[in-house]
Structure formats: C-alpha cells, structure tokens
Design a binder for this molecule. Sequence first.
Ligand SMILES: Nc1nc2c(c(=O)[nH]1)N[C@H]1C(S)=C(S)[C@@H](COP(=O)(O)O)O[C@H]1N2
Ligand SMILES: [Mo]
Length: 301
Amino acid sequence: MAKRWQNDLGAADITTEAVFMNRRAVLAGMAAGAAVGLTGTAAQAADAGAPNDWDDITSYCNYYEFGTGKDDPKKYAHTLTTTPWSIKIDGLVDRPGTYDLGQILDKMTIEQRIYRFRCVEAWSMVVPWDGFELADLLQMAGVKSDAKYVAFETVARREEMPGLRYPVLDWPYVEGLRLDEAMHPLTLMATGIYGKPMPNQNGAPIRLVVPWKYGFKSIKSIVRITLTDRQPPTAWNKANGREYGFYSNVNPTVDHPRWSQATERKLGGGLFSRRQPTLMFNGYDKEVSKLYAGMDLRKFY
Ligand SMILES: Nc1nc2c(c(=O)[nH]1)N[C@H]1C(S)=C(S)[C@@H](COP(=O)(O)O)O[C@H]1N2
Ligand SMILES: [Mo]
C-alpha cells in the first residue's frame, strides 16, 4: 500500500515509556508540590493522594471503567478479558456483522507510528503506537454513501470493570468522528504501544488514536463501530457539553472554559520545565486543517 503519511517525529522525540506509563502518579506528585522527576518512583509519587474532585478526575485522565483513582486502571484493568475479541460493525455499511479481531488483523497492515499525544490537556507527549488505519477497517465493511459519521463504543462488563458501578460517565463510553476525520490517514486503530501489545489499562486489545484531538477522543477497548448519518453522542460531551465539544481538536486559540489551552509542557520534563506554545491541531495543521475549512472552530469546539 502506498505511504499515505510521512512521520516527522523520531525515536529521540519519544516520551520515556516509564514516564508515559506512570504519568498519573508523576503529575499527581507534581501537583502536590513534590519534585518527582524521572528518578522519582511511581510509588513515591502515588503517596501524594488520590484525585477526587471534578478537576482531578478530568485532568488525570485514564480509563474510568476501572475507576477514577489514579492507580485504579493499573490495579484493576488486568481483569479485562481481551481474547477472543470481536467488533460489531453496523449501521450504514454494505457488510454489517460481528468481525473477529484476529481475522481483522490478518487483513490489515500493522505499522508503528510516532504521534504527538496528550492526555492531561496541558501536557504533551510523543508515543509510538502500533496499529492500522481506521479507513482500512471501514473499507472492509463498506461505507454506504449516506454515512456521515462514525460512532464508537467501549466494552461495558460490570463483572470485569469495577468503575461501571459509579455514574462518573454515562456507560458505555462512546465517541464519534465525522466520516472524513475517520477516513483520514492519521486516524489509527492501535493494538500496541512502545513495541508491545496494548496493555489493558491503555485500551486493549484495540483503541482509537486521533493525534490532532484531545486524548479523550481516543476511545479504548472498542466493541462496536456504527456508521450513521447523524452526529453521534460522545461520553464527555454528555457529561459536560460546555467544556467538551464533539470536535475537541487541539486548538491553542480556543480556551477550555476553565483554563487556557495556549501552552503546554512536555511530560517528563520536570516541574520546572518551560511551557511551550501548543501547536494548532497538535502540530498536524498541514495534514488536517482542510477538514475544517470555513468552520467556526469557536462554535465547533
Ligand atoms: N473507554 C474509555 N476510553 C477512554 C477513556 C476512558 O475513561 N474510557 N479515557 C480517555 C481519556 S480522557 C484519555 S486522555 C485517553 C488516555 O489514553 P491513555 O491512558 O492510553 O494515555 O483515553 C481516552 N479513552
Ligand atoms: Mo484525558
């Protein structure tokens, strides 16, 4: 298959795996005023206290089906059964059905991609994902001409996901993309990270990565994909529509109602690392700005 996208990031840009995996503890430690750098152990940082208010919950993002405490996903996500796994693809497609993940993977070209990524909105990281383009999967199912949006759904198993007992979000976690966003070559279905199979806490066995959007668009452990002609609901928009819109493009010129989104710091750079300007569309301006030509991105945030 022809190369549809040129990676401009390399190994030297990658956020250390340890920092990425322990970032909730690292950031919690920093928030508590502790100088937790690369050398601070996660356990040390974790002593800084668990996030509990809305601010903490929304900023120490991770995988709420396993709980909102910063160590919960790590503690509980191993209970998720990820094999066998299938994805139901339905709605406006030529070949609706339940697709076995193993069979999907046999047909897809897996490649490693190094993308800018953000979870906590003001912190940037660079992460190597293994995956395939969502467009290839959608083409496999055959997109009907009247489809305009793609809706995604995370697995919801009460026996395996203790966080589902708490109404933090309206379960199952759902997300959505406009069809042209979904078909864009940067949009990845990721099955691995840092050269390893996807850890459960990061959304095993398969999750979305949309590198020009804020992290919460990257829905984890996907079991259903629906092609539709209506803009689908999204979990964070339902929880707080004023703060989280459908598009959620990284945009330094549109502030979150409670904080500026104009600058960021590199995760792993330490408490006193310099803030740098956040780039439009997370640095993927050249690739994706045409998707939004003529749109008022203040209105469609
Ligand atoms: N199902 C589900 N998907 C989810 C979340 C979640 O709580 N549940 N959290 C989101 C948020 S807020 C972020 S920032 C990213 C974090 O992905 P990571 O933990 O692999 O970095 O996952 C997103 N996908
Ligand atoms: Mo997040």
